[in-house]
Design a protein around this ligand. Sequence first.
Ligand SMILES: O=c1[nH]c(=O)c2[nH]c(=O)[nH]c2[nH]1
Length: 284
Amino acid sequence: MGIVLGANQYGKAETRVVRVVRDGPRHELRDLNVSVALSGDLDATHLTGDNAAVLPTDTQKNTVYAFAKRYGIGEPEEFGLRLARHFVAAQPSIRWARVTIEQYGWQRLGPHSFQRDGGATRTCAVTVDGAGEAVVSGVTDLVLLNSTDSEFWGYAKDEYTTLPETKDRVLATAVSARWLLSSVDTDWAASYDGVRAALVAAFAQTYSLSLQQTLYAMGRRVLEERPEVAEVRLALPNKHHLLVDLAPFGLDNPNEVFVAADRPYGLIEGSVLREGAAANDGAF
Ligand SMILES: O=c1[nH]c(=O)c2[nH]c(=O)[nH]c2[nH]1
């Protein structure tokens, strides 16, 4: 029986880089977590330990810091494109590079004082190979809650079903959304802000009969409002809020007191794209 090497990639994960722009008394801050993955002609290192084609992950980490100084960071998508293009262009053995970035937000408190955002994290994944370039922007941990306008009933039932049907429940989720841009020449900041606003508005304004329905409404809203977006993929954990039985204490509970359960949780996932468009799995 023959044994062969399959798909492989390697790189430095989670390089944390903070860049301060000190052009004057008013400083700017970018705070990123950058992961690099490279792939290409890397059979030799796996099969014989010949490392001639291997650009060390330590060098990749150094490149992140050097580029932050030399070119600045700018928008995370720009920084990712610059890095991914560099790795593919500079190393003949490297044919594919993916740079994934998390950007942590900081609120300005003063000219050189900041407060770390508690909430959502902006993300991007940039892929560069011989066939082209793709950028997927995203957001994680965007926690949203509707305290009404959510029902769940009429579902399939079998002998294990105990869930009561409800015409009024809390609907809460921590949105993970990623969206493919149709061009690498995009106003990244405006696009991110616009997509995020569309996701939030659709969540808040949808009278929900299922989280699945809300997911589709959110993806649809993004595609309707943001022409630069080709496809949206959403992962929505159903952060269950379970009504507490207060009857033992002689109290009723008309949707006022809940247990916020952390697990298990329903996980609703889906993609929304433009009709006739092919899903671009390689970019995600
Ligand atoms: O919006 C929901 N979708 C489900 O598929 C589901 N399943 C479940 O138990 N509760 C819910 N809620």
